[in-house]
Design a protein around this ligand. Structure first.
Ligand code: PGA
Length: 245
């Protein structure tokens, strides 16, 4: 069985100095940790954070990658350059990018292709929003997001994809004040696995994200292959508590 993976998504919450300081504290707190722990700083901080993490157990992740080869794409960052910096995991289609930047399923497939071509692991984020859940459309939304992206990938690309189920309404900054229960999260994970099986993807690893913190992680732990942590990853002690539980 592969080890659980813990991914810290720092979003656009920290400046470079704060990012380096947090990376240093996380690396210190987890220096003996043997599993997969990843931090995803913003682009501006990545190089400095990469230097800070060098030689330690904490891996570098990215919050996004371009859907194109290196070239004339103003404002983008090529997957191959993330790989050169030492990035191992790349978040693709986080709900904030889907909603604020209108990232669509086909574009996400193109990003995944670039990430896999550079030998990194894409983490495709899926999840329904509060209105969709209220209308009972969770299964439909998840299936459509998975199909919308995975249909464009080859069998070998598919094999390297991790899926993160993140109910948008349960993300700590979503403003709903709601937190998904482990039972509801597991129900969706089962749907994800069933749907992936139908397209021939047998051993997909599914992560969970949405207000994960040191107090609630143990209830989710046995059911998921890993976790995507936002708010609670911004302090080294809460993030290392989550990882060490
Ligand atoms: P949260 O964020 O842990 O603050 O809810 C998770 C995410 O957006 O990935």
């Amino acid at each position: 069985m592969s080890k659980k993976i813990f991914i810290a998504n720092w979003k656009m919450q920290l400046n470079s100095i704060e990012s380096v300081a947090l990376a240093r504290s996380v690396a210190r707190a987890l220096k003996k940790y043997q599993g997969e722990v990843v931090v995803c700083p913003d682009y501006l901080s990545m190089s400095a954070v990469a230097n800070t993490l060098q030689g330690g157990p904490v891996l570098l992740g990215a919050q996004d990658a371009a859907a194109y080869e290196r070239g004339a794409y103003t404002g983008e960052v090529a997957a191959c350059d993330l790989a050169l910096l030492g990035v191992k995991y790349v978040l693709i289609g986080h709900s904030e990018r889907r909603s604020y930047l209108q990232e669509e399923d086909k574009l996400l497939a193109a990003k995944i292709k670039m990430v896999v071509a550079s030998k990194m692991i894409p983490v495709l984020c899926v999840g329904e929003n509060a209105a969709e859940r209220k209308k009972g459309k969770t299964a439909q939304v998840i299936k459509s997001q998975l199909k919308g992206t995975l249909q464009f990938l080859s069998a070998s690309e598919l094999k390297s994809v991790l899926i993160a189920y993140e109910p948008v309404w349960s993300i700590s900054t979503s403003g709903t004040g709601l937190v998904c229960t482990p039972v509801e999260a597991l129900r969706v994970k089962t749907l994800i696995i069933e749907w992936c099986l139908r397209i021939g993807l047998k051993k997909v690893r599914v992560l969970y994200g949405g207000s994960v913190n040191p107090d609630n992680i143990s209830a989710f732990l046995k059911d998921f292959d890993g976790f995507l942590v936002g708010g609670a990853s911004l302090k080294a002690d809460s993030f290392s508590k989550i990882v060490n539980l």
